[in-house]
Structures are given as C-alpha cells and as structure tokens.
Design a protein around this ligand. Structure first.
Ligand SMILES: Cc1ncc(COP(=O)(O)O)c(C=O)c1O
Length: 447
C-alpha cells in the first residue's frame, strides 16, 4: 500500500524550498508539526478535484473499504453527513421528487442542521428500548412495518449505528428491507470505521448501505478531524458521480494536510497486520467485560471496542462513576445519569484493560438506583427545521417552555442528540427529558 501524500510532504520538507505560499507559519515550528502542514499547491493535488497524490491515496482507501468510492474528509463525519444528505436530495430531485428522510430519532445534531441547509422532510423512527435519548436501535421488522405503512415512500432511511452507547443495528437486514421498498440506506457510521477490519466484516459498505460516513479519528489511529464518505458500488450513478461535488459544497477550501497525511498513512497501517491485532484486542476486551460482569459491574452487550457500563445497577450514577474513574487517572468518553462509555482501541494496549479492571472491581457496591430515563418524546411538528431556523428566538427557562416552538441546535456534544428538534412544539415529555439531562434553559421561537 503506497503513501503518496506522506511521501510528497517528506520530499517537500527535504527540498528546503522557500515557502512563498500559505500557511503563514512557513514551516517554522511553534508546536513541532508545522513543517508538515502544507496547502494545495502544484503537485500537492486538490482534495475534491483529485487527480494526483490525493487521488492515489483515496483509491487506496477505496480498495481498503471495498466501496465504489471513498472520499476523505478533513472535517470529520460532520462534513460527510452533510454531503451524504445532499446526495440523497440530489437523487430525489433527479426523480422529480421532494427529498424525504426516514431517520432514527437518535440522529446526531448535524443531521438536523443539514435539514436546515438542504430543506428535506423528516419522519422519525423510534427504537423499542427505553434507555433515554441515546438508545434508539431500529429493528428491520419495525422498519419494514413503517415503510409498508407509508403511501409515499421516503427517499432514504437514515440509521445511526453504532450509536454512542455501542448498540449496533442489523444493517444487513435493514439494507434488504430498504431494497425491497426501493429506498436508499444511509448510515451514520461515525463510530464504526473499525468494523471493516473485524474478522467478520461488519462495516455498512459490506452490509448493503448505499452511503455512509466514518470518523476515522474516533476508532482508528488517525488524528482528530479525519473522516471518510463512502459510496457503495451499487449506489445509483448520480450519487457515485457527485461524491466530490457533495463534499466540496460544504468543505473548507483549505483542507488540513496534517489530517490528509494521517488518512494516507492509515491505509498502510490498516493493510499490514491490523486485522489480527484488532481481533486479538476485541477478544481481550470481551474477556474484561466478562470479568467485570462476574464481579457485578454490568455493561451493555454492544460493539466490541466499547464498554458501556450501566452503573445504576450497582448503586452509582454515570456522573459519579465517571468522577471515580477520573480520580484513578482515567478519562472516559461519555457519561450521563445512566451510562459510562469507555472507548478502547488496540492503541490502548492490554495493560489498560487490567487498570480498568483493578479500578472497577474494588468499587464498593451500593443499593441499585431504580430511576429510569424518560423515553424519547415524539412532539408535534409545527414548522420545518428550515422554517424554524430563520425565526427570531429567545432563551427561556425549561419550566416555562410548555407549548412553545423549539428552535435550538445547541445540544452538548457528546452525545449531541437533539431532545427536541427545531420546529417541534415542546410538550411535557420534552420538558421531562430536558430536565432529566440537566438542561435548565432552552431556545424557542419568539411568540
Ligand atoms: C453518531 C455521531 N455522528 C456524527 C458525529 C460527528 O462526527 P465528527 O466529530 O467526526 O464530525 C458524531 C460525533 O461525535 C457522532 O457521535
């Protein structure tokens, strides 16, 4: 596997050329990496008109993921999600239709923000589990039922899998349902880039999705901001042919070459003995989950690189357990009242697994906390996201918001899952959720 971008930058540094181009640091070091930070000048290619080193590097990634076209993002999955939804809108318009997306309600806020940019209609799918706003695994049967009941089929189904807790939807069966109903399948696979390298490939490109995004930086050894947009070789031509255009519509015209080099070297790293290392590490994490379970520390049965602890079972809230781990020198990815999420990769090494076990196995157990999170609300829609986003807004106490039209995007990340969506009428269920997750103010349209 070649590393054309890394090689080009290395040669450029060695040439000691005078940098009469951006960036303004001119390769002089304030932090140590500036020499590697170049821009799109002659020979360095142009990310979304790629014909040289970036094209070669993205071809490598395309082969690695077995897609019809894999395109780099230097702005994470956030950029790829906007592009993915633009492609769905383009596809709908090519058929003379207005775009309509049937989406799992636990969609990341970028999905809703994209609706304000692209003006598509949304219908929501709700999961069956009652685990608060982070849980919304859609089953193929429930999806089939929803699609069968819809007289006008949506353009696409949009699934977030894995979710923030590591729950994985049955993408293979979901894709069959989508094909049967003649709708596209889009997957927010931000948390699942590594699924492509498991002994049994569980990546959405392998399981029948038409388009998906991955954040390489979340689960692979890439730097923050590194991501992909993958288009399946079976996707409609209009989607395959417009991938670069879709990305360039929303991306900065100055992509970070630090991130692009990270993605470039990753192709080589992942094609060497990564699959074996990952497989061994997943087994080690599985053993740790079992050992923790044996001493009363319960966790969800989700994807292999996440340990999602359910601490209320042994007497702690997620907030308390996260504080405890922090005192032991461990910083976890996410916590809320009900869960603590530990994200692991082979780069953590096996010693870390022992450290986690040693810290958790000696935690004094207390009486179970039985309070459950409220279920997802399904409020009435008053305005489209796009209509609501242009309205005049004000911030008011949640306790005074009953009946007002929600107009905010500012959801804390993680998990960045909107409790109410712009344009929805705040009801008692929304208030219960906002209060449960500690929000005391919310943005609403002015009356
Ligand atoms: C499910 C999900 N989708 C999309 C994103 C956005 O990804 P990125 O931060 O790579 O832009 C996130 C970020 O946490 C996420 O959790």
């Amino acid at each position: 596997m070649t590393t054309p971008v890394v090689d080009f930058v290395k040669k450029y540094i060695e040439s000691k050329s005078t940098r009469l181009h951006m960036p303004g640091h001119k390769g002089k070091s304030l932090l140590g990496f500036e020499a590697y930070d170049i821009t799109e000048f002659d020979g360095a290619d142009v990310l979304y008109h790629a014909e040289g080193i970036l094209r070669e590097s993205m071809d490598n990634a395309t082969a690695l993921f077995g897609s019809g076209r894999t395109v780099y993002s230097a702005e994470g999955s956030s950029l790829s999600i906007r592009a993915m939804l633009y492609l769905a809108v383009l596809y709908a318009r090519s058929k003379g239709e207005r775009a309509h997306i049937l989406a799992g309600r636990n969609a990341h806020k970028v999905f809703v923000m994209s609706a304000s940019l692209l003006d598509f209609d949304i219908s929501w799918l709700y999961g069956e589990a009652d685990g608060g706003i982070t849980q919304c695994t859609v089953s193929p049967r429930a999806l089939d039922r929803s699609l069968s009941e819809m007289k006008n089929k949506p353009t696409a189904v949009y699934i977030t899998s894995p979710d923030y807790l590591g729950n994985v939807a049955d993408i293979e069966e979901i894709s069959k349902v989508c094909k049967r109903h003649g709708v596209l399948l889009l997957v927010d696979n931000a948390h699942g880039a590594y699924l492509n390298f498991l002994p049994e490939n569980r990546h959405p490109m392998h399981l029948g999705a038409d388009i998906c995004c991955d954040s390489a930086h979340k689960t692979l050894p890439a730097i923050t901001g590194a991501g992909y947009l993958h288009i399946s070789q079976n996707a409609p031509d209009i989607i395959l042919h417009n991938a670069y255009k879709a990305m360039s519509l929303f991306a900065s015209t100055s992509p970070s070459y630090l991130i692009l080099q990270s993605l470039d070297i990753l192709n080589k790293y992942l094609s060497e003995n990564y699959r074996e290392r990952l497989s061994e590490y997943c087994l080690a994490v599985k053993k740790l989950k079992k050992r923790l379970c044996d001493c009363g520390i319960a966790s969800l049965d989700g994807e292999p690189l996440k340990i999602t602890i359910t601490p209320k079972k042994f007497g702690y809230t997620g907030v308390e357990l996260s504080e405890y781990l922090s005192e032991k020198g461990m910083v976890c990815e996410f916590y809320d009242p009900d869960y603590v999420v530990l994200m692991l990769t082979p780069e953590n090494g096996v010693d870390v697994l022992d450290k986690i076990y040693n810290a958790l196995s000696c935690i004094p157990k207390k009486a179970e906390i039985t309070e459950k999170p409220p279920k997802f609300a399904s409020p009435r829609v008053k305005l489209s996201v796009r209509e609501a986003i242009y309205g005049e807004t004000e911030k008011i106490p949640v306790s005074e918001s009953l009946g007002r039209v929600f107009a905010g995007f500012n959801v804390a990340c993680p998990p960045a899952i909107p409790i109410a969506v712009c344009g929805e009428v705040i009801d008692g269920d929304v208030i219960a959720l906002l209060e449960y997750y500690g929000e005391d103010k919310c943005e609403v349209l002015k009356n």
